[in-house]
Design a protein around this ligand. Structure first.
Ligand SMILES: Cc1cc2nc3c(=O)[nH]c(=O)nc-3n(C[C@H](O)[C@H](O)[C@H](O)COP(=O)(O)OP(=O)(O)OC[C@H]3O[C@@H](n4cnc5c(N)ncnc54)[C@H](O)[C@@H]3O)c2cc1C
Length: 395
């Protein structure tokens, strides 16, 4: 097996790296990955995605007719690695790029693809995900938000919760119940809702990081054109799962974990315990070694998935493994950093004396959210056990 990139791919990597060195915004976007209602911040975040898109570095694998470049997945993977390496700000249009876009490419009508995909790429329209409801998280199919068909419209009533980015979203991909009498998985439809429509109220929820990243969203007789239905009426569950699959693939990044590990190592070398750097402590060294073994295992897992993609094989249960192991690993890395820092781990980002600019306490809280969001670890384990290992179904 040859894990090296070709010389053409290496040249591409160098080109991307140079571009990022010259263009990554170093101020004004900060490390915060969610929230911020500030309009100027939003404009800067959109401008950054647009800049990257215009340089040809966004969604390379998408079909050309919708603004992509139909390139092989290796180049996209190189870009993803380089973005992490350059500590580039996250892309504000991530939900559209990583979740809705690939779903529409497979399931959308031609009109929907033409209408929505190009504006996802340029961050002209920002999307949010309306799945979870009070009482319907892991048991998503029990959702109650209703859409009744009146003429050529859906009339939507109900409530979503934990909706990331709804405060600045223009559109929502949303699961609604269109047949209350059908078995719960069969009466759901997948629709696209303009967030500027009358009858929608967005109420922010404050996370433990202090960010206002997610929201409650209320629908009171919201009119949605019927042409905004994706796939068939009452058959939204299968589309919902396609989106979830893309989401889970997006949540664990091997290069992101590798970069966090390197940052943890650099931090640990600066912290003394008993007159020596903590990296000389045999117990701490053992913990670092355990983490690095997991980081490397994830790296090879990512390379295996890339090989499958190049061969045109649909990724299966591997994306669940990414999500499960990647998000827990990121939280473990932050936990070890917090332990190494001791009392200093109490100092947050705003404190000028905080170690490593207060990155770790924030990361520790933020990474815990990702262990839950997109389906909790327990749910990933159930799916891996049932569909990957073919073990008996949990009750
Ligand atoms: C940071 C973050 C961002 C989010 N963004 C969005 C978003 O943009 N859009 C959106 O729709 N939702 C979003 N969510 C919601 C997320 O999808 C749900 O929180 C998640 O699916 C869990 O649902 P719940 O919170 O209702 O927990 P519950 O389903 O009530 O689960 C509670 C506990 O019970 C366990 N549990 C439940 N069922 C089982 C089972 N069958 N077997 C074993 N254990 C089980 C769970 O693992 C968990 O520990 C976000 C959540 C977070 C934390």
């Amino acid at each position: 097996m040859d894990l090296n990139f070709t010389s053409e791919e290496e040249a591409f990597r160098q080109k991307v790296r140079t571009f990022l060195e010259e263009n990554v915004p170093r101020s004004g976007l900060g490390d915060t990955r969610e929230g911020r209602e500030d309009k100027e911040w939003l404009a800067r975040a959109k401008a950054w995605q647009r800049r990257l898109y215009e340089a040809g570095y966004v969604a390379l694998a998408w079909p050309k007719e919708y603004g992509g470049q139909a390139m092989d997945p290796v180049k996209q993977s190189i870009i993803n690695d380089e973005l992490v390496r350059a500590r580039a700000p996250y892309l504000i249009g991530g939900s559209g790029l990583g979740m809705l876009g690939p779903t529409l490419i497979s399931w959308g009508t031609e009109e929907q693809k033409q209408r929505y995909l190009p504006k996802i790429l340029t961050a002209e329209e920002i999307w949010c995900q309306g799945y979870s409801e009070p009482g319907s998280g892991s048991d998503l199919a029990s959702l109650k938000t209703r859409a009744d068909i009146v003429g050529d419209e859906f009339i939507v009533n109900g409530q979503k919760v934990w909706t990331s980015g709804a405060q600045h979203a223009d559109m929502m991909f949303c699961l609604v119940r269109t047949d209350p009498d059908a078995p719960k998985h069969r009466g759901i439809s997948y629709i696209l809702i303009d967030m500027h429509t009358a009858g929608i109220t967005v109420r922010p929820l404050v996370q433990m990081t202090g960010d206002r990243g997610f929201n409650e969203v209320f629908f009171d007789n919201v009119h949605v054109p019927r042409k905004n239905l994706v796939a068939k009426l009452n058959e939204g569950w299968i589309v919902a799962n396609a989106t979830l699959f893309h989401e889970r693939n997006m949540l664990g990044s091997a290069s992101g974990s590798e970069q966090r590990f390197n940052r943890l190592l650099a931090l640990a070398k600066t912290i003394e315990r008993g007159g020596e750097p903590v990296t000389k402590d045999p117990v701490f060294r053992q913990r670092l070694a355990d983490l690095e073994i997991k980081v490397q295992a994830m790296r090879f897992h990512a390379l295996r998935q890339l090989t499958d993609q190049i061969r045109g094989k649909n990724p299966g249960i591997e994306s669940m493994v990414n999500k499960l192991v990647g998000t827990e690993l990121n939280h473990d890395l932050a936990t070890v950093a917090m332990e190494a820092m001791g009392d200093d781990s109490m100092l947050a980002r705003e404190d000028p004396t905080a170690l490593d600019k207060g990155y770790w306490p924030y990361e520790w809280m933020f990474s815990l959210g990702l262990v839950i969001g997109g389906g909790t670890s327990h749910i990933q384990k159930n799916i891996i056990a049932e569909r990957g290992l073919h073990m008996p179904k949990s009750r």
